[in-house]
Design a protein. Structure first.
Length: 260
């Protein structure tokens, strides 16, 4: 992972991390406590090891700028994710997706934020939570009274994606141009693959000791990009095909101002 993070990108990331750390923890002592939680050392054996060097100022306070530049790229990425800093080089659509779902899909947004912070430490859990986040969005869309598809709370991501495409009249059929049909089929296949990842390659449903569990965050970034792409497209198409009735909203707002 470290080899994939360019020095130029690390420089930009350090600037954002430093700013966010000061905003969150404000005092030098709290900043030191936070950085210490990322510090690892080993005095055992003949070779002393530390994952990075904590630089200090003359007065003993942590020199945050210099310390961050002593940290390897992979750890910097983990710190950025822990602080909620967007990492567009690794998940390009994350900033847009997070902003879009925050106001319209509260449950999905909270789940996705939790998933986002688990990417590096628990890649398999992150995939499972991101899958759940997308399921929440699709279930919310299917609640629209204009969509006459029978609801079932136990439907999987594959089934929900199929229902959504049918509601949007994008489900592959013989009348469609072959290119559109292929895109629709591919969307369903991606949703099914994400679902299978969650069921078969994560700890969400329990696994035997010899079964494979995703432990490489690169796979998680790949899955996250797929989930975000599907979510953004379906949400945008939904809002275009089923525009919100602003007149009802305006009437409710006006009634709220009445003194009775």
């Amino acid at each position: 992972m470290n080899n994939l993070i360019s020095p130029a990108y690390q420089m930009q990331l350090i600037e954002k991390i430093e700013k966010e750390i000061w905003a969150k923890f404000s005092s030098p002592i709290n900043i030191r406590f936070y950085i210490d939680k990322w510090y690892v050392s080993d005095n055992g054996g003949y070779n002393y090891y530390e994952n990075f060097n904590i630089a200090e100022k003359e007065n003993g306070d942590i020199n945050l700028t210099k310390t961050l530049h002593n940290i390897d790229g992979e750890t910097l990425l983990k710190i950025a994710i822990d602080l909620g800093i967007e990492t567009p080089n690794f998940i390009p659509s994350i900033p847009i997706f997070r902003n879009d779902i925050k106001s319209s899909y509260e449950t999905a947004s909270l789940t996705f934020e939790t998933a986002f912070r688990q990417i590096e430490e628990h890649p398999d859990i992150a995939i499972g939570l991101a899958n759940s986040s997308l399921e929440s969005i699709l279930k919310e869309i299917l609640k629209n009274e204009s969509i006459s598809i029978k609801q079932n709370t136990n439907k999987t991501l594959y089934e929900l994606t199929t229902d959504i495409l049918k509601a949007f009249q994008l489900y592959p059929n013989s009348e469609m141009p072959v290119e559109i049909k292929t895109i629709g089929s591919s969307l369903i296949s991606v949703a099914q693959s994400i679902e299978k990842l969650r069921s078969g390659k994560t700890n969400f449903h329990g696994k035997a000791p010899d079964e494979y569990i995703i432990n490489d965050s690169l796979y998680t970034y790949f899955a996250f990009n797929s989930i975000v792409t599907i979510g953004l497209f379906l949400d945008a198409y939904y809002k275009k095909k089923f525009p919100e009735d602003n007149s009802t909203k305006q009437e409710e707002t006006e009634n709220d101002d009445l003194p009775f």
